[in-house]
Write a protein that binds this ligand. Structure first.
Ligand SMILES: Nc1nc2c(ncn2[C@@H]2O[C@H](COP(=O)(O)OP(=O)(O)OP(=O)(O)O)[C@@H](O)[C@H]2O)c(=O)[nH]1
Ligand SMILES: [Mg+2]
Length: 262
């Protein structure tokens, strides 16, 4: 149901904390050698072939999604599974941030591009630059069910996220908790579903899933839940702005056209 590309960001350290620079990061994601040609191909493909039955071009949304959590919890593996239907046991730590794009034909009238920001666990909450978080409209926080200490960090990641990015009305962006590596022996609170429910409610998670990138468990489901929440927020924001300036969470054209002069 979707198409996807995955590209590596080579330059992440020279971001400065301005809106313009953020757009450069998004633009460099689009403009990088491999992605740009592929993206043009996608654009042409969708322009030509993605008309719905009534010949109308579907609404096109681009949403920035963060994937954060401790080192080695499986963030990259989840993204690779989701985007490429691929898994490897081999661990190569992410440096800085990687990007992936997942294109979803959500329904006959809606095309969604998820710009997935795969942030290295070694970035650590608290030290995370705001630029990574800027304009994100949804997030996954990932922990490893075999290592309790990665669960203990979850509340810090969530607090960091909520302090650095909000929706236009000031509310937190939707965030889904992923208890990854559920194909293995679990340790801690994850063994009690009711306590996990309580924990997620208290910390303000939209939802939580046990996932396995290895066995492909619940990754599509978790993504669908997050996207549904984002679409709902987008609609609420647009509805509340009906009489004023229109604002959308999606920033499709922004990313394509702007470039940085600094
Ligand atoms: N058994 C099992 N292993 C997994 C799963 N997901 C990831 N792994 C393994 O866990 C290790 C770390 O996975 P990564 O996806 O690189 O973890 P990461 O969170 O991106 O790590 P950083 O980039 O360092 O933050 C790798 O050896 C993966 O093969 C899973 O669902 N089950
Ligand atoms: Mg990684």
């Amino acid at each position: 149901m979707g198409a996807a590309i995955f590209v590596k960001a080579s330059v992440v350290t020279r971001y400065c904390d301005s809106r313009q620079k953020h757009r450069q990061s998004a633009a460099s994601w689009r403009d990088s050698e491999t992605s740009f040609e592929q993206q043009k191909g996608h654009d042409r493909f969708f322009e030509m072939s993605n008309l719905n039955q009534s010949g109308v071009k579907p609404k096109d949304h681009l949403y920035k999604i963060l994937v954060i959590g401790d080192l080695g919890t499986g963030k990259t593996s989840i993204i690779k599974r989701y985007v490429h239907q691929f898994f490897s046991q081999h661990y190569r730590a992410t440096i800085g941030v990687d990007f992936a794009l997942k294109v979803l034909n959500w329904d006959a009238n809606t095309l969604i591009r998820l710009q997935l920001w795969d942030i290295a666990g070694q970035e650590r909450y608290g030290n995370m630059t705001r630029v990574y978080y800027k304009e994100a409209v949804g997030a996954f926080i990932v922990f490893d069910v075999t290592r309790v200490n990665t669960f203990e960090s979850v509340s810090n990641w969530k607090a960091d996220l909520d302090s650095k990015v909000q929706l236009p009305d000031g509310s937190p962006i939707p965030c889904v908790l992923l208890a990854n590596k559920c194909d293995q022996q679990k340790e801690g609170l994850i063994n009690s579903k009711s306590k996990m429910e309580e924990y997620c409610k208290e910390k303000g998670f939209s939802s939580w899933y046990e996932t396995s990138a290895k066995e492909n468990i619940n990754i599509d489901e978790a993504a669908r839940t997050l996207v549904s929440q984002i679409l709902l927020n987008d609609k609420l924001i647009n509805d509340s702005n009906k009489d004023g300036d229109q604002f959308s969470l999606a920033h499709t054209n922004d990313v394509k056209k702007k470039s940085c002069n600094c």
